[in-house]
Write a protein that binds this ligand. Structure first.
Ligand code: ADP
Ligand code: MG
Length: 698
């Protein structure tokens, strides 16, 4: 057995390595930069670069890269070697502070949504010292932010860091106002639970839909799906277990605190959760986790599917973004705690989150919108597209008691204590589990459950941080002129007012029910079912104001991101539609036609033996197959024509809507017929591995 504590973080230039390798004054300067976000002097950067290179070379690295997160949603890297020729055919291994701090990759092939002229290809990457450098495949990876020549963010990290700063600033202001004068900064923390599927490599390779789109576009349900729920938390099969063990080791080496693993609801579906970390680090780690999952799967003869809906009729995959805020003094602001003083803080921040989610539910929905995730949200599975908050019975009772506090207006301090006293101490596990809620309070944090499994968790955290920062800034404005002896009453009034105004977003019932859809509409909550429907809300004035006023996105950054998301949606649907058309024309329809031939031949040959031999069964089957085949041909022709129409369209939003309404409609129609035919086809006539084969391997 490997020695885990030694293994853990062995490929990371972490605090311990820094302490060991850096001169004391350099270490101190770097720590200050990391913790206080201060500017890093070049001489410090040079010293850090030397130590980093030495450590990396000792650990087998030959190259370095600025590792960044372009708007493709994945990560990017361009490797440079450390070698520098010094004449006489000799080299030295070199790495300077300048190379550490800044890179200039050619940005022309990354999506910019029109932010950059194609002639101006240059982009900058800038070191993010708050996320440790690490070694991956013999390359020293330096986490960086990525922006254009003119300074506009072209990545997911930059706005995330900006949003963390905004939240820290506004939260600190409020805390200082309400008496927590010792607080200097607030960080947000995230623990993302990651779901995924494992299927056999051969099956993956034999299906062009999986190959090109990551999900199956055809395939009828096996006799047994997930209805028995016998997979959830079930015994992990030895081969899967070997994969998980390897995965843990690889993640631990990278300092990623992988903690829990279990089988999920669907067959072949699993989950991994790390221990939470600072948001920025958690986001980087989640990107790395997805990459490592794919690599390790490959070694074990699997393909790891991260798509949100690889199999129709079977649960898709998501991520649960566990989120909280904590002060530099070590207080988790969403922990109800035991003492009344802490409870007031808790109630202020709880109220802020409730208001933030209500005010910016559209942006939360947007932050998780993608073609893949549309198959989950608002479709027939968890969680719904309507963003609401689950508080649980106990906390709801607290909120109710504050709201209905009749003697508040006279007896100020009394109520404050009342509000505090009724709050029981929550231990993490006493809160009820409501799996249908998109945003649930779970003891000492909120769990945002609408995230898609393949997407970066950066965007949802940008909106959470920013929306809460905005509400906190409004709170500060209300409290800033209140005198010390009136503060308690003012805070209480503020909490009460916020609850009354925003309690419509709280819903503890079943989020899947049809009644909730109706009820939510009555309450005026958003129900944005698809990506083309939600995307235009990005440009709404209230949302542009939100992001620009906190310095998260400039107006042009918003427009560029809007365009990229729309474009991306259209591209994905285009690829899916074409892949489906190909599968139908090249694989499936010929297979059906051949089977019809074999039935015809069977009838003829039976009759040639004797007219008396019955061929009714063959004839019935033939008639059924031929009818369906004709229907399928008509729908496939329509699909083909609609793809051509979409290709000829100019307006991005109109195209996205056309894909969503018309092309997807064709695909659903074609699939329905094809899947019905599949049920009649002999196994060896089906031109790709079936759901049964893929999902019930041993
Ligand atoms: P469940 O599946 O029951 O929701 P898990 O244990 O799988 O619970 O995941 C809970 C996640 O929440 C873990 O990643 C955990 O580290 C994280 N978490 C716990 N406390 C916090 C916090 N204060 N901030 C952010 N995440 C947290
Ligand atoms: Mg969870």
């Amino acid at each position: 057995m490997e020695k885990i504590p030694e293994l853990y973080g062995s490929l990371v230039f972490n605090d311990k390595v820094m302490r060991d390798k850096l001169p004391k004054d350099i270490y101190k300067a770097l720590k200050k930069t990391i913790e206080k976000n201060t500017h890093l002097e070049l001489d410090v950067a040079n010293a850090v670069a030397i130590a980093m290179k030495e450590w990396a070379v000792e650990n087998g690295a030959t190259h370095f890269t600025h590792w960044f997160q372009p708007l493709t949603g994945t990560t990017a890297e361009k490797h440079d070697s450390f070698i520098n020729p010094v004449g006489n055919g000799e080299i030295i291994m070199e790495f300077s502070g300048k190379e550490l701090v800044k890179g200039e990759p050619d940005a022309s092939s990354f999506p910019s949504g029109g932010l950059r002229d194609t002639s101006e290809a240059r982009g900058y990457t800038a070191w993010d010292p708050s996320s440790y450098a690490f070694i991956k495949d013999g390359t020293l990876c330096i986490p960086t932010a990525f922006c254009s020549y003119t300074g506009e963010a072209l990545d997911k990290k930059t706005p995330l860091l900006r949003s963390m700063d905004a939240l820290s600033k506004e939260a600190t202001k409020v805390l200082n106002l309400i008496g927590a004068t010792d607080v200097e900064s607030v960080t947000t923390t995230v623990g993302p639970e990651q779901e995924y599927f494992l299927i056999n490599k051969e099956d993956f390779a034999a299906r062009r839909d999986l190959l090109f789109t990551g999900r199956t576009l055809l395939g009828s349900m096996p006799p047994k799906g997930q209805e028995m729920e016998d997979h959830y938390f079930g015994t992990i099969k030895p081969r899967v277990s070997a994969f998980m063990h390897d995965l843990d080791l690889e993640l631990w080496k990278l300092g990623i605190p992988a903690k829990t693993k279990h089988n999920e609801v669907a067959p072949c579906q699993h989950e991994l959760a790390p221990v939470f970390d600072t948001t920025n680090v958690a986001v980087d780690h989640n990107q790395l986790t997805m990459e490592v999952m794919k690599k390790v799967a490959d070694k074990h003869g699997y393909v790891c599917l991260l798509h949100e809906k690889p199999f129709a009729g079977i649960n898709g995959s998501g991520k649960h973004n566990n989120w909280s805020m904590s002060t530099n003094t070590g207080v988790n602001l969403l922990d109800p705690g035991k003492t009344p003083a802490d409870n007031v803080k808790f109630l202020v921040f709880l109220a802020a989150v409730i208001k933030a989610v209500d005010d910016y539910a559209d942006m939360m929905r947007l932050s998780v919108a993608s073609a893949g995730n549309d198959h989950r949200l608002g479709a027939n599975e968890a969680p719904p597209a309507i963003i609401s908050i689950f508080l649980g019975d106990e906390l709801t009772a607290v909120i109710d008691s504050i709201e209905n506090d009749t003697f508040f207006s006279k007896a100020d301090n009394v109520t404050m204590e009342m509000g505090a006293k009724v709050i029981p101490h929550f231990t993490r596990d006493t809160t009820d589990r409501n799996r249908t809620s998109p945003f649930a309070f779970t003891g000492n944090k909120f769990e945002f459950r609408s995230l898609g499994s393949s997407a970066s968790v950066a965007d949802p955290n940008v909106i959470l941080n920013t929306a809460v920062a905005e509400v906190l800034s409004q709170f500060s404005a209300e409290l800033k002129d209140v005198s010390a002896d009136e503060m308690d009453a003012a805070v209480h009034a503020l909490i009460k007012k916020t609850i009354i105004e925003h309690k419509r977003v709280i819903f503890n019932g079943n989020g899947y029910s049809a009644e909730w859809v109706e009820e939510a509409a009555k309450r005026g909550l958003y129900n944005l079912r698809s990506t083309p429907e939600v995307l235009p809300t990005f440009l709404a004035k209230k949302n542009v104001d939100l992001f620009t006023s906190h310095g998260i996105y400039t107006e042009s950054e918003i427009h560029s991101r809007y365009e990229i998301m729309l474009e991306n949606y259209c591209k994905i649907l285009h690829i899916e539609a074409k892949t489906m058309k190909d599968m139908l024309y090249h694989d499936f329809m010929p297979a059906v036609s051949l089977y019809a031939d074999s039935l015809t031949n069977s009838i003829i040959s039976k009759k040639s033996v004797s007219e008396a031999i019955k061929t009714t069964a063959d004839e019935k089957m033939l008639a059924k197959i031929v009818d369906l085949y004709e229907e399928l041909s008509v729908v496939t022709e329509k699909l083909e024509a609609d793809i051509a129409t979409a290709e000829a369209m100019d307006d991005l939003l109109a195209t996205a809507n056309f894909y969503h309404e018309t092309v997807m409609g064709d695909m659903n129609d074609a699939r329905k017929i094809a899947d019905t035919i599949e049920e009649y086809l002999p196994e060896d006539c089906i031109p790709y591995p079936t759901y049964s084969k893929m999902l019930f391997y041993v």
